[in-house]
Design a protein around this ligand. Structure first.
Ligand SMILES: NC(=O)c1ccc[n+]([C@@H]2O[C@H](COP(=O)([O-])OP(=O)(O)OC[C@H]3O[C@@H](n4cnc5c(N)ncnc54)[C@H](O)[C@@H]3O)[C@@H](O)[C@H]2O)c1
Length: 426
């Protein structure tokens, strides 16, 4: 790539990862072309409307006004010198990795890109996907990786809803398929991000991302297992964690909860275990952590039943108000939210369910729904048999909940500052 060609940065997939990245790169002064197959999203962006919670519409408007192209047409990437791939990598219904979005996007890309383009995989994929699967597609299309096309992995590490870190402050791990792939990617990202962390290969970069999220998954599974033990012992496990946190080294707090959700933590370890199994390697710890976390919604329903029974109330005749159905605090994302499995379990027990979530106006629960978020009033709190806190959004006033509810089942320790008989904490 000659110095005379200023970089044009293409972003494929303008979601939670791609849109913030496109805006960041545009802010750094580069020409940006964003492509998404979702026409609705492209229409929103063109009219200056954001659909990502952390990005204000004013930022989208300013970026579009500034000349950033957003389109459904892959052909517009023909002048791109660098292209970041930010498409989804979910699981199939069978529980196996679904890499069809990656394959579809790369299939489209190889039809339109020019020689000398650098393609950077930002999506989370299994270790080896870039060096094998993606390399094979571009090679079949007639390119030679490291010579007339550059291929690297730089998995995104954004944490939606986290206001502490701007995207440019999160160190960017980069691993190229060849040394020239590495160099091309580093050169650009050193200009856009504060810190670039170079690793030896694309597979090392992919494994880094999977390690980070598997680490969270396994540690959350540990505290989810121990919270049940502590409950049996009659002790407050949240208090135990606070005490353990005072150790100045060798301990990092993780917190139990109703189960894992979102696009990353419950999904990424499966990409690892699936790939390892293909090579004949078992990952029993990772598998057990996954199962432990997936069983939490069922445990919550079981404990809720017991807590109600202790008060002479049958679950089947109870009215339950669920507070927060997004998978975590401060975001509207309900993908894989444990609230869905909890509502499903409660429905099967014929409890009467309502929910309140300031971020989620409607929610489909498998074949039931849509449920509609109800207004949180004193009358509502007084009328239900139990208020079940699944996600503690900052907008939900805990003091009112504690004052007005006859019974609270708190899966998030949101009521930590209150000591009342009507509170049961996970
Ligand atoms: N959301 C997160 O917090 C997060 C954090 C780090 C990494 N990741 C990873 O980043 C990747 C993207 O996740 P996301 O949360 O941004 O997903 P998302 O669903 O929010 O966005 C993906 C976008 O890609 C578009 N898309 C799908 N197929 C396409 C195609 N063939 N061509 C063009 N656009 C296409 C979709 O319409 C959507 O707008 C995943 O691999 C995910 O694991 C996500």
């Amino acid at each position: 790539m000659g110095e005379q060609n200023p970089p044009v940065f293409g972003v494929v997939g303008l979601g939670e990862v791609g849109l913030p990245l496109a805006l960041r790169v545009a802010e750094s002064g580069y020409d940006v072309v964003g492509v998404d197959i979702d026409e609705e999203r492209i229409r929103s962006l063109k009219s200056g409307e954001s659909y990502i919670i952390d990005i204000p519409s004013s930022d989208v408007q300013a970026t579009v006004d500034d000349g950033v192209t957003v389109t459904t047409e892959y052909e517009r990437l023909s002048d791109a010198t660098h292209i970041a791939l930010c498409v989804p990598t979910p699981l199939q219904k069978s529980g196996q990795p679904d890499i069809s979005y990656i394959v579809a996007a790369v299939d489209e890309l190889v039809e339109v890109i020019s020689p000398e383009t650098t393609v950077i995989i930002e999506s989370t994929v299994y270790p080896g996907a870039t060096e094998n699967l993606i390399r094979e597609i571009v090679t079949d299309a007639g390119f030679t990786v490291g010579e007339d096309i550059y291929l690297a992995s730089s998995p995104e590490r954004i944490d939606p809803g986290n206001e502490q870190y701007d995207l440019e402050d999160i160190p960017k791990v980069v691993g190229g398929v060849t040394a020239s792939c590495q160099a091309q990617t580093e050169r650009l990202y050193e200009d856009i991000f504060q810190t670039v962390v170079s690793v030896n290969s694309a597979t090392e970069a992919e494994m880094t991302k999977i390690l980070e999220n598997t680490f969270r998954n396994v540690n959350i599974a540990l505290v989810n297992e121990l919270v049940k033990v502590a409950d049996n012992f009659g002790i407050d496990f949240w208090n135990v964690i606070e005490a353990a946190k005072t150790k100045p080294y060798g301990f990092m707090p993780f917190y139990p909860g109703p189960g894992l959700g979102g696009h990353c933590i419950p999904v990424d370890p499966i990409y690892l275990s699936w790939r390892a199994r293909q090579n004949g390697i078992d990952t029993p710890l990772v598998d057990l952590a996954d199962r432990t976390n997936r069983e939490m919604p069922e445990y919550i329903v079981r404990r809720l039943t017991e807590v109600l029974n202790e008060r002479g109330i049958a679950l089947s005749e109870s009215r339950i108000l669920i507070l927060g159905v997004a998978y975590k605090s401060g975001v509207p994302d309900t993908r894989k939210s444990p609230a869905i499995d909890i509502i499903d379990g409660l429905e099967k027990s014929q409890a009467s369910i309502t929910y309140h979530d300031p971020y989620v106006p409607r929610l489909n629960v498998n074949d039931v729904g849509p449920y509609t978020s109800v207004e949180l009033t004193d009358d509502l709190l007084a009328s239900v048999d139990c208020t079940l806190i699944v996600t503690n959004h900052p907008e939900i006033e805990i003091e009112t909940i504690v004052d007005r509810s006859s019974l609270i089942f708190d899966t998030r320790n949101a009521t930590a500052n209150y000591d009342a008989d009507n509170i049961y904490r996970l």
